[in-house]
Design a protein. Structure first.
Length: 294
């Protein structure tokens, strides 16, 4: 998840100390009415080349994930809690809802704070990433997602590890709910905790697709190699971050990161926007997450 300007970027700090409480509310709700415009798989995957090392179909529970409890960063206005996560018909739904509540500033800071919304965030218990070891020199991290619609909604599919950003952060997808035809990808890295490199043209890219990403499911993908990060959409390569002195892609190699799925509200991604104009409720749906290596 990215922010504009050094000061705002510094607010992005994330932490893996999320809750182990995997209680999930099972809400009776209908599956999406619309037919997805992408197949319910990860494309033409050659099993002789890629080995599946992680698969989540969201059929039963969230035992493979830590559930975030508390606030977050970036001046976001949502309180994350497990009740905003629901499983049904093989879909994870992250529900964001306007509600004046009080809760912990973050999972590791119990200081009470007032929030305007409630929402959900999960992080994989397992970390992933390529290294020089045989059969794991490239990783492929993929998810099939239907993005939320509505001003103020900030969905994201990303990876990171602590101490942030010394292990790196890769934003495969982050989007604004009021800009439904595009999304953004980003890289963060720094040699000191809480001190990321300055955002530049080699660390951030906007992707305009020309289709409504909130109407149907689409497949968002990262192929992570030693000297490049490839961002794909529905199997189409959108952008390659080639390693250079500005983005430190090469320094990310050899670091393992956890996968994050969350729906934030407001914050620095909507700089200068009054929350009075935000929608009262919206949801992000995730069909599956898969990780391959070779």
């Amino acid at each position: 998840m990215s922010l504009i300007g050094v000061v705002v970027i510094l607010c992005f700090y994330t932490c893996s100390n999320s809750s182990d409480n995997n209680e999930v509310v099972k809400v009776e709700q209908e599956a999406p009415d619309d037919e997805p415009d992408t197949p319910n798989d990860d494309g033409d995957m050659n099993a002789t080349e890629w080995n599946l090392v992680f698969e989540e179909e969201f059929d039963t529970n969230l035992d493979k994930w830590n559930i975030w409890s508390g606030g977050a960063f970036n001046n976001e206005i949502q309180l994350y809690r497990s009740e905003q996560l629901s499983l049904q018909n093989g879909l994870l739904t992250i529900n964001a809802q306007k509600a004046m509540v009080s809760g912990a500033t973050s999972p590791f800071d119990a200081t009470p704070k007032n929030f305007e919304y409630i929402s959900g965030r999960i992080e994989s218990k397992t970390q992933f990433g390529p290294s020089d070891a045989e059969s794991e020199r490239e990783y492929r991290i993929i998810s099939r997602i239907k993005l939320p619609n509505g001003n103020g909604m900030w969905p994201a599919f990303w990876t990171y590890a602590d101490p942030w950003p010394t292990k790196g952060e890769i934003d495969i997808l982050e989007a604004r709910g009021n800009q439904v035809t595009g999304f953004q990808s980003n890289i963060f890295y720094g040699t000191e905790a809480n001190m990321p490199i300055t955002k530049n043209e080699d660390t951030s890219k906007s992707h305009e697709l020309g289709v409504n990403l909130t109407s149907n499911f689409h497949v968002y993908e990262l192929i992570w190699k030693a000297n490049s990060l490839e961002i794909l959409f529905d199997g189409l390569l959108l952008h390659t971050y080639n390693a250079d002195s500005k983005n430190f892609v090469a320094e990310l190699f050899g670091n393992k990161q956890q996968i994050v799925l969350n729906l934030a509200v407001g914050g620095g991604f909507f700089e200068g926007v009054n929350s009075d104009g935000f929608v009262n409720t919206s949801s992000m749906q995730v069909d599956w997450v898969k990780v391959y290596k070779r």
